[in-house]
Design a binder for this molecule. Structure first.
Ligand SMILES: [Zn+2]
Length: 422
């Protein structure tokens, strides 16, 4: 992705720098050749040349670009899980993924870590974004997801004879787990997404307290992936699945729903980030009936919501790391509404707006392994920034409405927001 040239001064707003530091009122940010040169009180900002571009924050907020830490660009707002793998061919899924990437950027998400994709679309989507062919967040690519045979993601009955080819690699035992990772090595993915546990969505045989992979399979995945410098994450709801993932050496946990004291201690000792992805649960409870969700599924989502919110709060208060993102791409939780996750954590879980923004920026960049490059408004880092019309610390839900974004910048270039419409 090209970085901009020249100098830009952003002024007339408070600075929320993403580190968790208190906001700096009357701030100025100077961007030079795509990187942050200065961020702090406007009065102390270095002089800029007369030809410098200027962005007026209108008394609002200057902050880092948001990071979607569990992004599914290929999930096309499906109304049923079955649609994911059989509704469209890879050609159309690819176009939909490109449209979703553009939308995410327009929503202020300047980077994203994929949480699994159809076919091998995300690797190529990332390349198209990096080469400025399509706009989108800086992407960390996952590929097809790994799940045990008969587990959560193995929903097509054998009599249909269609397998799960575009969505998951199904494994029986450590050897097949290794073979699946080796396929992903060849595909070029950075993150291996696995399914250690079930979910409320499958209340009969793979609910949120069941396991969908053995420890041996998970350990084989991690050993093979780490050997090839790939990272591993997993859908972890059940307590024992969380512990298996931590013991196996997972790099992050998705959801981390039902944590007992031992699981929390293990998590904190390892410093493993968790991406709870909880707005999905609330949306499922609120809108599930419209989509024919059985009551047993909705009850399971309620239990997941409560368990997940309690775990997330305990993790944050104990000094653990939480990433923001999650499972946008279902009909009741569609693309373009990503920032509802942030509002949810403030209103429902009890995070402060400042804590939530740190999770959604600094921690997100750390999860991607790129915390040195972006995620905070710090001199030397890439100028991946948002200029928001309004005080996001007073009302974090301002971030839900794209109309409030004055500028969305990547590498110092204005990619979206009102400033580009002029
Ligand atoms: Zn997901």
């Amino acid at each position: 992705m090209k970085t901009a040239t020249g100098v830009t001064l952003i002024e007339n707003g408070q600075l929320v720098d993403g580190t968790g530091a208190p906001p700096v009122p009357e701030a100025g940010v100077v961007v030079r050749d795509g990187r942050i040169e200065y961020a702090g009180p406007a009065l102390r900002a270095p002089a800029v040349p007369p030809e410098a571009a200027r962005i007026d924050a209108r008394g609002g907020t200057i902050m880092p670009g948001l990071v979607e830490a569990h992004f599914h660009p290929t999930y096309f707002n499906v109304a049923t899980l079955e649609d994911l793998d059989i509704k469209y061919p890879v050609e159309y899924v690819t176009l939909l993924a490109a449209a979703n990437a553009k939308l995410a950027l327009e929503c202020g998400y300047t980077a994203a870590r994929s949480g699994g994709c159809l076919f091998n679309v995300d690797v190529w989507l990332k390349k198209a974004i990096e080469e400025d062919l399509v706009p989108g967040p800086r992407l960390a690519a996952s590929g097809r997801e790994i799940c045990g045979v008969g587990g959560l993601m193995d929903w097509n009955p054998d009599f249909r004879k269609i397998g799960m080819e575009g969505l998951v690699l199904l494994v029986n035992g450590a050897d097949e787990a290794r073979a699946a990772v080796r396929k992903l090595v060849k595909d070029g993915v950075e993150w291996v997404k696995t399914y250690p546990t079930g979910d409320a969505a499958a209340p009969d045989t793979n609910d949120h307290h069941t396991l969908c992979m053995t420890f041996e399979e998970m350990h084989a995945v991690v050993a093979t992936a780490h050997n090839h410098r790939m990272k591993v994450t997993g859908h972890c709801r059940a307590t024992e699945g969380i512990k298996n993932a931590l013991r196996a050496g997972y790099d992050t946990l998705e959801h981390g729903t039902f944590m007992d004291d031992e699981a929390l201690d293990m998590l904190l000792a390892r410093g493993t980030p968790v991406i709870p992805a909880l707005q999905f649960e609330l949306a499922s409870i609120e809108h599930g009936p419209e989509y024919g969700m059985p009551q047993a599924v909705i009850d399971g989502h309620q239990e997941t919501l409560e368990g997940g919110a309690a775990s997330a709060l305990r993790i944050l208060k104990a000094g653990g790391r939480i990433g923001m993102g999650g499972d946008y791409g279902f009909a009741w939780n569609p693309h373009g509404t990503y920032a509802r996750e942030l509002t949810f954590f403030v209103r429902y879980v009890g995070f402060s707006p400042l804590e939530t923004i740190t999770c959604a920026t600094k921690t997100g960049a750390e999860i991607m392994g790129r915390g040195d490059e972006f995620g905070t408004v710090t001199p030397g880092k890439l100028a991946d920034l948002l200029v928001v019309d309004g005080d996001v610390l007073a009302d974090i839900s301002l971030l839900e409405d794209r109309a409030n974004l004055i500028a969305v910048m990547q590498g110092g270039g204005v990619k979206a927001g009102r400033a580009i419409a002029r």
